[in-house]
Write a protein that binds this ligand. Structure first.
Ligand SMILES: Nc1nc2c(ncn2[C@@H]2O[C@H](COP(=O)(O)OP(=O)(O)OP(=O)(O)O)[C@@H](O)[C@H]2O)c(=O)[nH]1
Ligand SMILES: [Mg+2]
Length: 291
């Protein structure tokens, strides 16, 4: 096959590749931007080109090379000054402004050769749990740009120290999952800092009965009847919510230990399954590699 024809057939193949996006969300400081960098480098090492997009108009620093940076369009501090709003209100304003007229966004993200995006979002969880903005954005990616989207909800493993913290973290992940209605994976970040913590397996296996039993003595030594009563009620509530999560297998977490390539690989494998990565790819014609 001549070089010209070969190039033509290869470009037809790449046109037929699917488009994929990882949407990285979670509470402030849980490690979203760090995850984006880890995943970008992991994909690069696996010879997959990806583009990282910073959609946090307040993020001044990040380690990944951002192909698109929302701060080139709008910045939180400019909105704070011009609209006289606080930091959270300004962030919401920035995203509303960005999604009101999506022409800038479409211009930035609709024309890559390799359509694999890792999108870094802000840490205000109200954006995912009860506001419509991130949902609007996922719909734009899915319905207008035909991306296979997977939402990754990150939680800092340091907050998962006991059953009540774990259940409240699980509920916030569940609330984002229900709200966004896309394939969804929960990740426990910063596991490198836990170093051999025995309790971690219980959390990863979602062994809620054991977790609740572990904390059943909480407040038992207190002499205050009011505190004892409160602890009893709290444990009952945790047990009921835990049972619900358990019975319906609603939430599960994957650990991320940045020192351990296998943990990153496992996460990528789950994302590939969730986004059906590679299933849209047409097999190459046998002649494509012949000059
Ligand atoms: N040891 C360790 N530290 C981490 C990890 N991920 C993030 N960090 C640290 O946690 C802090 C916050 O990380 P970021 O990646 O900025 O978190 P973020 O979720 O993007 O934060 P916001 O954008 O402000 O919501 C930084 O000091 C990181 O170096 C990790 O896997 N291991
Ligand atoms: Mg960040």
């Amino acid at each position: 096959m001549s070089g010209k024809i070969k190039n033509l057939s290869l470009s037809v193949c790449s046109f037929k590749m699917g488009k994929y996006a990882q949407l990285v969300l979670g509470p402030a400081g849980c490690g979203k931007s760090t995850y984006c960098n880890i995943m970008y480098e992991h994909l690069l090492a696996s010879r997959r080109t990806s583009h990282v997009i910073n959609l946090d108009p307040g993020a001044e620093e990040f380690k990944y090379p951002a192909t698109v940076n929302v701060r080139d369009y709008i910045k939180v501090e400019d909105v704070m000054e011009s609209m006289k709003l606080g930091p959270n209100g300004s962030l919401v304003y920035c995203l509303e402004y960005l999604l009101q007229d999506v022409s800038w966004l479409l211009d930035q993200i609709s024309d890559f050769d390799d359509d694999y995006l890792i999108i870094d979002l802000p840490g205000q969880i109200e954006l995912y749990t009860h506001m419509d903005l991130i949902r609007q954005f996922t719909e734009l990616l899915q319905t207008r740009l035909n991306y296979h989207v997977c939402c990754l909800y990150l939680i800092d493993s340091h907050f998962i120290v006991d059953s009540s913290h774990f259940i409240s973290g699980s509920l916030s992940a569940l609330s984002a999952m229900v709200r966004l209605e896309t394939p969804h994976i929960n990740i426990l970040t910063k596991c490198d800092l836990l170093d051999g913590s025995k309790g971690l397996d219980l959390f990863l296996e979602m062994d809620i009965t054991s977790l609740i039993a572990m904390n059943s003595q909480e407040g038992a030594g207190s002499t205050s009847p009011a505190l004892q009563e409160y602890q009893k009620k709290k444990q009952k509530l945790n047990a009921a919510v835990g049972e619900l999560l358990d019975n319906f297998s609603l939430v599960r977490f994957l650990p991320l230990d940045r020192r351990d390539e296998d943990s990153i690989d496992r996460i990528l494998l789950e994302i590939d399954n969730a986004t059906q990565y590679g299933e849209d790819e047409e097999p190459k014609e046998p002649d494509d590699d012949i000059d």
